[in-house]
Design a protein around this ligand. Sequence first.
Ligand SMILES: Cc1cc2nc3c(=O)[nH]c(=O)nc-3n(C[C@H](O)[C@H](O)[C@H](O)COP(=O)(O)O)c2cc1C
Length: 354
Amino acid sequence: MKSTMSASRPSRILQGKVNFPLTLAPMVGLTHVALRLVMRQYLPEGAVTLWPTEMLNSRKLPFEDLSKTPEAMRHESETELVPQILGNEETAIAASVEKLILWGAEAIDINMGCPVQKALKHNYGVALMGDAAYAQEVVRITVKNSSVPVSVKLRAGNQGDFTYLKNFVDGLCQAGASWITLHPRTAEQKRRGQADWQQIRELKKLISIPLIGNGDVQTMDDVIQMKEQTACDMVMAGRALAARPWMLWQLGEKLGFANPPGKTGAPPRSMEEEGAEYGKVLLQLLPLMKKYFGEELAQRKFRFYVKTTSVWLPFGHSLYANVTKGKNTQEIETAVADFFSRTVEMTAKTELRQ
Ligand SMILES: Cc1cc2nc3c(=O)[nH]c(=O)nc-3n(C[C@H](O)[C@H](O)[C@H](O)COP(=O)(O)O)c2cc1C
């Protein structure tokens, strides 16, 4: 049955190109070319969404060869790329933006949500949320130096202070932001505790540019609920969408999109079907990671992916332990194939701790 979601076709993101209401979140160590390529296979035919990168440091980008920087690698077939930058200084931002547009960026996202010390030390990431005028200036200089739209991803206001958030976002809109993504947890909450969807709903009523909601989305039903409860233009999911990329297919089916190219039948739905699909995703990701990142880095990135995403499996810890024991990608692949030679179930919801 088709959903009755009213605003299921966000029309103003990427100049009207985007027509699908779910996008992956930028995540360090996870939102890389290998995961994007595997995930894109589950995007329904004709659906267009955003494809982020993990956060990229604008002070380093101008000096990097992006084809060799693991965080910035892309495949030539990738479109709708929205790389995310950390930054606060015009020369670095201008050089980074120019480079990223040549690389294929169709928009630039500014990170104002990262709470890690490294970002705070340089006064960017969520540190920008502590100074509204400064944050506004960062958006203004990015827009000035960019021929593509500029968006901002941020967190809930200090201690969840909504008036502060509202005024803060007003400033970003005046500075030329094209859309906002809100992850309504405070910096202190990091990624735990409940995301306050009410802040998404209230902010949506007050701003005239599109709003993407993020946080506490684990299933396709959560996507639909967030849209219905908040009227946000799009939903962004991080950990859960990384774990079950076929959520794109499930949602597409619900919204009446065609199957992803080359896929027939219905998307995985039961716990056993989802468990088996997760195994297939792992076995596709590993060789792709090896191809792009080389043997050593592929092992590290794969282990991190399994650590983050296996939490939806009742015995995810033993999968992670087996993957950790593998001394090379060949051994890891054997361990994964062995684990999924039995029936593996995947639960819809889990407690997200990291
Ligand atoms: C491992 C990891 C790395 C992350 N790195 C970034 C990042 O680079 N930029 C960013 O804006 N948010 C980052 N986040 C936050 C996510 O984009 C997202 O806001 C958060 O995980 C909540 O969404 P979720 O519950 O759907 O995962 C990261 C999250 C995780 C789990």
